[in-house]
Ligand binder design. Structure first.
Ligand code: ARG
Length: 564
């Protein structure tokens, strides 16, 4: 039930000549404090039309409005404050969620249309960083959110498996590497070589030429270069997959940068045909001055292609393959300029669908307020973070619930869930810092707190021996604690919509936190298990909370252990 819509409709009957239903919906506000009711309508915009003071308009309208879901209307100055009928709303909403279960809040706006999501996309031969973790979990949550809106998400891991860095790496490997060492500890060893290359190249610039030559060999299909590349890639994939397994995140495609090698010539030809390429010092560029952007470098003077060249081919490929409604890129904020250029070039090429491409940027994970860098080799290894979180979770569980079965599984779900939840709970553009101890707490605004709240709801239901709740009963509640919970349940469809509109998983995470908090307050202040006429309604509320917390967590990619 959309009570805002119902209120808007009852208002519309009296002001239809002046405002459309959409206008009214847009004007409705959520009052800051509960004393002002559940929905407020400011009348300022009607003053001109009615040629009356807003206060007078509010007073006149207040007399006329009536709706079954409204218990009373209060006129406060220029505002109409609506107080909903708690019993009516709670029984309608609870019946709805108990019927629809985890489908509650879903819709079919997307009509099955495709939304490719470019996510994770780590670079071969380098450790997967905390930035890639962010891309992975944000992309995964977005996939779940768009799916709930009726779209078909396609999760694409645009692996960084091509580019001049492979030339540098090959140079370094040939000079200082050993096959044995790389086999034993691939990523660490390759990273070491990469760092060494940069250190040495500062003294000896000839190394850069050597690197360029190796990359050229790779692009030309030289056997040795290709063999090395395949090997580096296979070793890297082993490590990445270990992490994806821990996160339980899967992909629909691993078409990385190299996949577009045979698709770039077409892009270059198209650009030439449309007269968009200019030659500058031997390099081919697209001028983007009218977009207030630097020129996009498409081809270097030695013919080597670039990151953006592959992204152009990828964008066109995705449009052709998926005929997407939207195309999303969960990539760090520092690449904003790249994605602006990418869209601008596509627009210049005449592709209107470039408007449907959205860079979904996010901030950095910092350490003591500073950026973490791979270059210097001072990286925080993602896998260690995940493993630490799981062992802290295990300790907590052993202290709290020593007899719990499947402790290891639950610790995994809690530890990994804590990291994922923490990543998603802040507006994605914010930078953040964290310590494992802090985020694996069962109290505070954490993933484990939400998980724990749901497990608690289940344990209440077990104690009450609630079984299947009838769907025919009227679960009417009338107290202010349950009302806070009911409102959060009722708002869910709107919440999912907002998370989608803003491409912002934190909207869901915040909903989960608020719902868990409201539920714990409710439980502390009401005798849920007391035998009286209202008991089934209270249990229905507890059940609804369990359903919705689990669904919130599922959208974020976090498990909900039944006991913990
Ligand atoms: N591999 C890149 C990096 O780690 C991210 C790729 C993002 N996706 C894209 N289509 N450009 O910085």
């Amino acid at each position: 039930m959309d009570y805002k819509l119902q209120i808007a409709q009852s208002l519309h009957e009296h002001v239809f000549e002046s405002l459309s239903l959409e206008d009214i919906l847009g004007l409705l506000e959520k009052p800051k404090s509960v004393e002002h009711g559940d929905v407020a309508f400011p009348t300022f915009s009607l003053a001109k039309i009615f040629r009356k003071a807003p206060q007078q308009i509010a007073a006149d309208l207040g007399e006329k409005i009536s709706s079954p879901i409204v218990e009373k209307v209060e006129v406060v100055g220029p505002y109409l404050n609506f107080f909903l009928d708690k019993k009516f709303v709670s029984s309608t909403v609870l019946k709805e969620i108990l019927t629809q279960q985890d489908n509650f809040g879903a819709n079919n706006v997307g009509e099955g249309k495709n939304i490719p999501i470019d996510m994770s996309s780590p670079n071969i031969a380098k450790p997967i960083s905390l930035g890639h973790l962010r891309s992975t979990v944000i992309g995964n949550a977005l996939a779940n959110i768009v799916e709930k809106m009726g779209y078909n998400p396609i999760k694409i891991n645009h692996l960084g498996d091509w580019g001049t860095q492979f030339g540098k790496l090959m140079t370094a490997y040939k000079l200082w590497g050993s096959e044995e060492a790389v086999r034993e500890n691939p990523i660490q060893e390759l990273l070491k070589l990469y760092v060494k290359f940069h250190d040495e190249a500062e003294e000896n610039p000839a190394l850069e030429d050597d690197g360029r030559e190796w990359f050229k060999k790779l692009e030309d299909g030289d056997e040795e270069a290709v063999e090395l590349w395949k090997w580096f890639k296979a070793e890297s994939m082993k490590e990445f997959n270990r992490i994806y397994d821990k996160l339980e995140i899967t992909f629909d495609s691993f078409n990385g940068e190299a996949f577009y090698n045979d698709k770039m010539q077409e892009v270059v030809d198209l650009l030439e045909e449309k007269n968009l390429l200019t030659v500058d010092n031997g390099a081919s560029i697209v001028d983007l001055e009218k977009y207030d952007l630097n020129p996009a470098l498409i081809k270097k003077s030695d013919g080597a292609t670039l990151y953006i060249t592959r992204d152009l081919a990828a964008a066109i490929y995705r449009k052709r393959t998926y005929d997407f409604a939207l195309s999303l890129y969960a990539v760090g904020n520092e690449q904003s300029n790249h994605f602006k250029q990418l869209k601008a070039v596509l627009k210049e090429m005449g592709y209107d669908w470039a408007e449907d491409m959205h860079h979904v940027p996010f901030g950095l994970i910092t350490k003591d307020g500073k950026k973490l860098s791979t270059r210097k080799g001072k990286i925080v290894l993602l896998e260690e973070v995940l493993d630490d979180a799981v062992s802290v979770a295990l300790k907590q569980i052993e202290a709290k619930n020593p007899d719990l079965e499947n402790k290891e599984t639950v610790a995994n779900q809690v530890g990994i869930g804590a990291v994922v939840f923490h990543d998603l709970k802040n507006d994605r553009l914010n930078n953040f810092d964290f310590t494992i101890e802090e985020i694996v707490q069962f109290e505070g605004e954490t993933g484990p707190y939400v998980q724990y709240s749901r497990a608690r709801a289940l344990s209440i239901l077990r104690k009450a021996d609630a079984g299947e709740l009838s769907l025919d009963a009227a679960y009417a509640l009338n107290d202010s604690y349950s009302w806070e919970v009911i409102k959060l349940i009722q708002e869910y469809p709107e919440t999912v919509q907002r998370a989608f509109d803003k491409l912002e998983p934190s909207v869901i995470a915040k909903h989960a936190i608020h719902l868990a908090q409201a539920f714990n307050k409710y439980y502390a202040n009401s005798r849920v298990l007391t035998e009286d006429a209202e008991k089934p309604a209270r249990l229905a509320l507890v059940q609804a909370v369990a359903i919705l917390l689990k669904e919130d967590l599922r959208l974020l990619g976090v498990h909900s252990p039944d006991q913990m």
